[in-house]
Design a binder for this molecule. Sequence first.
Ligand SMILES: NC(=O)C1=CN([C@@H]2O[C@H](COP(=O)(O)OP(=O)(O)OC[C@H]3O[C@@H](n4cnc5c(N)ncnc54)[C@H](O)[C@@H]3O)[C@@H](O)[C@H]2O)C=CC1
Ligand SMILES: Nc1nc(O)c(N)c(N[C@@H]2O[C@H](COP(=O)(O)O)[C@@H](O)[C@H]2O)n1
Length: 271
Amino acid sequence: MPEETLSFSDSEREFLEKYLPPNSRQHDGKLPSITLTFATSLDSSIALAPGVRTQLSGPRSKAMTHYIRSRHDAILIGVGTAAADDPALNCRLEGAGGYGSDGLSQQPRPIVIDPSARWALSEQSRILVLAKAGRGRAPYILTSNPSPPKESVELLERYGGKYISMGLSKVVAGRSHLDWKTILEQLKDEGLHSIMVEGGGSIINSLLEPQNQNHVSSVIVTIAPLWLGQGGVVVSPEQGTDETGTVITASTLKAVKWHPLGEDIVLCGTF
Ligand SMILES: NC(=O)C1=CN([C@@H]2O[C@H](COP(=O)(O)OP(=O)(O)OC[C@H]3O[C@@H](n4cnc5c(N)ncnc54)[C@H](O)[C@@H]3O)[C@@H](O)[C@H]2O)C=CC1
Ligand SMILES: Nc1nc(O)c(N)c(N[C@@H]2O[C@H](COP(=O)(O)O)[C@@H](O)[C@H]2O)n1
C-alpha cells in the first residue's frame, strides 16, 4: 500500500524550534539529547488499552510529529509499542528530511528497547517492508538477551538493522528495564546524537521519573480533545518524596509554550 506524504509549513514549524536539537551541532562527546514526544487524551491515556494502536493526533499534529522525526537521528520506542502498533517509524514528510529529499540518507534510525528480544519481526513487518523499499531504515534493537532468535538476527541484518546487546538494569513490576545512561552511550557509539522518544507508556513514565529527567532535553505533547476512558495506557510517573518523606509532584515543566494545531493543542517544555 502506498504511504501518505505529509506537509508542515515553515510558518507552522516556528514555535517548535527552541525545543528541537539544532540542525547542525558540534558533537562534543556529550550523550545524545532526548526529545520526548507523544499524543495523549484529556484523561492522560495514550492508547485505549495495552496493545491497541490508537490514533489521537489530528492531521496537523500528525504532520508535526513527522517534522519532529525529520529533525532527529533516531526514533525510539519500547517493545510494547513495537508489538502493538507494527509501526513504520519513518519520516513521511515531503521535502528535506522525509520523502522527496535525498532519500534514505535522511531517514531517522528506528530504535526498539526490547530487553528479552521478544518482538516477533517478519518480512511482513511494516518497518522492514519500508526498509526494503528504501523508504525507511531497519531498526536497531537494544536487548539484554545474549542470544536473540537466529531468524530475527538474519532478517534484521538483511535490511541493515541489528541487535545491540547490553546489560539488564533492573526489573520493575515484573518487567525488565534497561538503564537510560547505558542506552544513550550505546546510541552515541552508533553515531546517533539526537533521539526522539515516542513511547509507549512504560518508556515515557520511566523517563519522567526525577532520576531520569536529566536525560530529557525537551518534552512535546499533543493533547487531543477526547477522553479514552478507563483501562487505557496512562502516562503518570511515580510521585517523588522529599527529605521528610512527604509526597511531592513527580515532574514539572519549565519554559512552557502552548500552541493550538487544528483541534489539538501542543504543549512544549523543558525540565
Ligand atoms: N499516543 C502515543 O503517542 C503513543 C502511544 N503508544 C501506545 O503505548 C502502548 C504501549 O505502551 P507499553 O505497553 O507501556 O509499552 P512500551 O512501548 O513502553 O514498552 C514497554 C517495554 O519496555 C521495556 N523497557 C526496557 N527498558 C525500560 C525502561 N528503562 N523503562 C521502561 N520500560 C523499559 C519493558 O520491559 C517493557 O516490556 C501501545 O498501545 C501503543 O499504541 C505508544 C507510543 C506513542
Ligand atoms: N504522535 C502520535 N500520535 C498518535 O495519535 C499516535 N498513536 C502516535 N503513536 C506513535 O507513532 C507510531 C506509529 O508511527 P507510524 O505511523 O507507524 O510511523 C506508534 O508506534 C507510536 O510510537 N504518535
